[in-house]
Design a protein around this ligand. Structure first.
Ligand code: BG6
Ligand code: MG
Length: 258
């Protein structure tokens, strides 16, 4: 069943029924429209790599697909883990390399650094757009005394929040840098959400998780959160994938904005 905007008004009721006191939001694709920029940067980097960079492994490779490769292997996942996932899926192997490697080194770090350069360029040229429905709803819920956290696999999380001037909408932030410092495992493991709940000092069963990535919905489910909401900004087939990943419900917009 495609996610219908009709599901959104149920959300406020569900929070009450399930005794939810805190809301944990993923950043890219739920709060800001930056998942599209990540996907575009990944495509440019991997297509250059697939065309010119393969030394070992099957040489004839289809280009990177934003529709299929991005949600399966990269969405919601840390930069290095995402690259490893994609290479494995294409039967390709690269040495890990060093944190300062450039693209020409053809290492996991080299690819990661080039992708981040491309993502940074997109942030500069296109800017950070928010999802107005999410922001309006967060403000409403904060006024109703819900506590809020932002989580992200991204090391660029704080920069994106600052660019959109929304960092003060969240009591807690657990991002890619903090995950690295604290050794938190990448989604689909629940670590990042559990850490946010811990810092909010609210049991996961009283927290709702909002995620656009399949790996993120799986993480919410694995962490036994009170409510796991798939936020589908794509097409109906993605709604199905989010439900199959463990989403308790899927919405296309937050309530109050239809
Ligand atoms: C996630 C995105 O939020 O963060 C991924 O969905 C991205 O596409 C990941 O790769 C890591 O982000 P960054 O900015 O640290 O490379
Ligand atoms: Mg996301």
């Amino acid at each position: 069943m495609p996610a219908s905007p009709k599901t959104a008004p149920n959300l406020n009721k569900l929070l009450q029924q399930k005794n939810i006191r805190a809301l944990i939001f993923d950043l890219d694709g739920v709060v800001t429209q930056t998942a599209k920029l990540h996907a575009a940067a990944w495509k440019k980097m991997f297509d250059e790599f697939l065309q010119n960079g393969i030394e070992n492994g099957p040489k004839s490779q289809p280009p990177f697909s934003i529709q299929t490769d991005y949600p399966r292997y990269l969405d919601g996942i840390s930069r290095l883990d995402g690259i490893r996932n994609f290479l494995l899926a294409r039967n390709l192997e690269l040495p890990p390399g060093q944190p300062e490697d450039t693209f020409e080194k053809r290492s996991v770090w080299g690819l990661a650094n080039y992708k981040n350069e491309l993502y940074q360029q997109l942030l500069q040229t296109q800017g950070v757009a928010i999802y107005p429905d999410t922001i309006t709803w967060i403000k409403q819920k904060r006024a109703e005394n819900f506590r809020t956290a932002i989580i992200s696999a991204s090391k660029n999380c704080l920069q994106v929040l600052q660019a959109a001037q929304i960092e003060n909408l969240f009591d807690v932030r657990i991002d890619g840098n903090i995950s690295q410092e604290r050794n938190l495992k990448s989604k689909p493991e629940p670590d990042i959400f559990l850490e946010a709940a811990r810092e909010l000092n609210i049991s996961p069963t009283n927290c709702a998780v909002f995620e656009d990535a399949r790996a993120g919905v799986q993480a919410g489910k694995a962490g036994n959160f009170g409510l796991v909401v798939g936020v589908n900004r794509k097409d109906a087939s993605e709604a199905k994938a989010l439900l199959e990943s463990g989403g308790g419900l899927v919405i296309t917009q937050f309530p109050g904005s239809q």
